[in-house]
Design a binder for this molecule. Structure first.
Ligand code: SF4
Length: 369
């Protein structure tokens, strides 16, 4: 994989690199200029207390968490989030402040402190939707995974013996406050890793919850000498490459969906496991694209897009109504018919045009401006 991406000169990423390289280059100012003070207020914010500074890595998190407040400065790489409308109602302020908590780079700030902030920090894990009462957004996105979304499943999931289990999906940045919130719902028993790019602060969570069993495909296990230079050799459950599907727990399965990386896995939680509708944790394999307005694979920074298209098709017949991705937007299907049609179309479209270059509109979504 070689990606030519930057508008300020061409940069060729190494074959094993991924979106984490973008984080590194943005943080050293490759895109926005070495002399740019990263903590300065971005001039395209509207006037008011809430603002985004220049350290934003354009991970999109604030824009989907608080879409009436945050937008993107411009199309193309080099875009960043800004505040295009100051939050007004309590609900709007809560969503905007939740995005502050989730922001992986601490780029969103208030000039005037708001007492509501304390309440919002304590609101994670946040219920995603009443149709899945056992599935939560953990917030606290980690810069090392380019702000991938971490989740918690708690309250309904059980192991083979009928004991309650809590499951973390991918990795929030480490926060003792968040760890205590997880303690309060019973701790952590399983920790699912969708692929190597989103491992991030895994070791800190393992140290805090030493009994947790981590699950990852063996093809994505790395040492400190291999991208992303994180040692995952101690992962407790390594899914073997020779199989395509594993039943991990009653109501929780893992599907090998190679393409974005060799060892990418989609974890599917059944209705019994979530306490409501079934969902698929897709990592960086599949998401809703706000730009295309449909389900799409994530072709950028991938390993083998042709194989990824085949892996997308594999999910069409699995039973779930929600896509909960690492990057990109989540999506709730109306029913099984819509899911099958949308994923089949996504596989076809992705096979022909994995980067969506021929789709109408800008290469990256423009939420505002
Ligand atoms: S969450 Fe933070 S890093 Fe991500 S787009 Fe918003 S401001 Fe930028």
């Amino acid at each position: 994989m070689h990606s030519r991406i930057f508008s300020r000169g061409v940069m060729v990423l190494p074959a094993s690199a991924s979106c984490l390289w973008v984080v590194v280059m943005l943080r050293v100012g490759f895109v926005h200029g070495m002399s740019m003070p990263t903590k300065q207020r971005h001039p395209q914010n509207v006037a008011g207390s809430l603002f985004v500074d220049h350290s934003c890595i354009d991970c999109d998190t604030c824009r989907w968490m608080s879409s009436t407040v945050f937008g993107r400065t411009k199309a193309g790489l080099g875009g960043q989030s800004v505040v295009y409308k100051q939050p007004e109602s309590d609900a709007e302020r809560k969503d905007a402040y939740a995005a502050m908590v989730a922001c992986p780079t601490g780029s969103i700030r208030l000039e005037t402190p708001d007492p509501l902030m304390r309440e919002v920090i304590g609101s994670f894990p946040r219920l995603i939707d009443p149709s899945m009462p056992g599935v939560f957004h953990l917030g606290f996105h980690d810069e090392m995974s380019f702000g991938a979304t971490p989740y918690l499943v708690a309250g309904f999931a059980k192991d083979e013996a009928g004991n309650p289990v809590n499951v973390m999906m991918d990795t929030p940045r480490f926060s003792e406050r968040l760890a205590k919130a997880i303690d309060a719902v019973g701790g952590l028993h399983y920790y699912l890793l969708s692929h190597k790019d989103d491992v991030a602060s895994m070791e800190k969570w393992k140290a805090r919850f030493p009994g947790v069993k981590r699950v990852m495909h063996e093809a994505d296990i790395t040492t400190t000498q291999q991208w992303p230079y994180i040692d995952t050799t101690s992962v407790e459950i390594k899914l073997p490459g020779s199989e395509r599907e594993w039943k991990l727990l009653p109501g929780l399965s893992a599907i090998h969906t190679p393409g974005h990386s060799q060892g990418s896995v989609t974890f599917i939680a059944s209705a019994a496991f979530t306490g409501g509708e079934a969902c698929a944790f897709t990592g960086d394999h599949l998401c809703f694209s706000s730009r295309l307005g449909r389900i799409d694979g994530m072709g950028r920074y991938g390993w083998d897009t042709n194989l990824q298209a085949d892996s997308i098709r594999r999910l069409a017949d699995e039973e779930f109504l929600w896509i909960l991705p690492g990057h990109g937007r989540r999506y709730q299907f109306r029913d099984e018919t819509e899911r099958h049609a949308a994923i089949t179309k996504a596989a076809d479209d992705f096979k022909k045009d994995p980067l969506g270059k021929n789709a109408p509109g800008p290469v990256f979504s423009v939420v505002s401006q």
